[in-house]
Design a binder for this molecule. Sequence first.
Ligand code: ADP
Length: 271
Amino acid sequence: AGRLVLGVRVTPLSDDHVLILLDDRSQLRRVEETRRDFVVNVSHELKTPVAGLSLLSEAIDDARDDPEAVHRFTKRMRTEADRINRLVMEIVEFSRLQVAETLDDPQRVDVRECVAEAIEHMRLMADERNIGIQAHDEGNRAEVFGDPDLITTAVRNLIENAVNYSGSGTRVDVAVKGSPDLVTVAVKDQGSGIPAGEIERVFERFYRVDAARSRRTGGTGLGLAIVKHICANHGGEVTAWSEEGHGSTFTIRLPAAHPEPSETTIDRPVD
Ligand code: ADP
């Protein structure tokens, strides 16, 4: 899809010959457009917390004689500063992933360990909201080639969303499955769900179903775009399934790393 953009260069070779070079710039133009949209989005995202900081500092000035109000406003300033910090960190992470189409130095990664680490990371936040995280593991080999930190980040982002968009007393199930070809991680919640018409769009940068809710939970709108890029960089994919009002399941599928040759057992006929 999209327009064809051609670059034309004409070079005279002699009195009756010219060399015409045509090159397809469509891809380049699309990259430029994406980059420009991204910059516009980023400045839009930064505007709100920066304006918030500015207003809060004025409010503190006005409330100098009221220590309780000053305390309240400084607390809110910290929240806004944290949001800016998080946004900047995620933008850096996202840009790095976009630039790197392949991984620098892929290693053999046990996805089970990444999942355990991601759950560990999210446990406190889930406890605070009275949401249980339940791990399910069939015990099969679940190894891929890639970057363990990135895989942990992807799983953590999915669990974080599951916790953020679910109510108190619900449960998040995280299941790891390994097969000879594929390793899957499914994160299932009992939360608000996503309307059918929007499910494809949630992987777009800065797309939110409910912007107010996302901002309240400190969301940047980049979490799923980061997951999508991490999966693509590993030769895999992430998909979403959801029923509005009944919860969502996000599934990461990555190509499995085959066992190292030394570990392969050869079946020999019994004498
Ligand atoms: P955010 O920082 O806003 O959470 P994401 O890219 O992680 O950004 O997600 C994009 C949007 O997709 C969210 O704002 C939310 O509307 C929706 N979403 C993501 N995960 C879930 C989920 N588990 N349940 C319901 N909605 C979700």
